[in-house]
Design a protein around this ligand. Sequence first.
Ligand code: CP
Ligand code: NVA
Length: 306
Amino acid sequence: MSVRHFLSMMDYTPDELVGLIRRGIELKNLRNRGVLFEPLKNRVLGMIFEKASTRTRLSFEAGMIQLGGQAIFLSPRDTQLGRGEPIGDAAIVMSSMLDAVMIRTFAHSNLTEFAAKSKVPVINGLSDDLHPCQLLADMQTFLEHRGSIAGKTVAWIGDGNNMCNSYIEAAMQFDFQLKVACPTGYEPDARFLALAGERVQVVRDPREAVAGAHLVSTDVWASMGQEDEAEQRMALFRPYQVTRELLDAAAEDVLFMHCLPAHRGEEISFDLLDDPRSVAWDQAENRLHAQKALLEMLVEPAYHHA
Ligand code: CP
Ligand code: NVA
């Protein structure tokens, strides 16, 4: 059987995704009860980071250690990838020594090219197009706080970026309506919009997007790799700042999420993460639990003794 990867939310069925986030909750409970659970003893995850990270690196590294395995951090600067070794060649070699590979990169094609040659599962730790691991944590967080997200309405405010594209995929897979409020020219990727059809609506006015929303989410106005555009984006996105007042215009029981890192005073008001409607800290912690469920599913369990 060909190896399974996790490059996008569309790589799994809706049932598999719900199963994964439920398993994430079980693994969180095990950890909170201090139960040792090490099915991945001796297994090794390679982590290629072409962009900075706090949460993704920590959650994968800590997650592997907690499951009994280990993780190796690989930066292009210190590997031959940074000196032009072809991705496919690197994939053949790396996957002959590792049990899974997580990649945070720029072009999404880097992930698909690596996966095409990899003998072990490849996990998307963020590309310019998508951030599916974050969505596992977000969906787990919603389930924990409010129950099933099916049939609910979600508002995405700001840049139609990689996170927004993953929210579009999540809308299809978890069966919710998504309203995206973004400036002209900063819409999510047309390919994802076309796939989602009427499930996703793009508007200009943030208040229109949040009306009736059970979940409001946003992200930085300039993603990694867009540093040169930051100043120009600041001015353009100013009307898209998420504030307590904007959340007041959403559903009574609305939750606020932010994948973090946040720029307080830019895409969110300074105090928003302290608002009781914000679950951003739970969301960040759930990266650990949700990805442990993913690793448990993707990585072959421990070797048998000879
Ligand atoms: N949300 C997220 O992916 O955070 P990091 O960039 O810190 O990994
Ligand atoms: N959209 C952001 C997400 C960071 C977790 C970026 O790509 O930089």
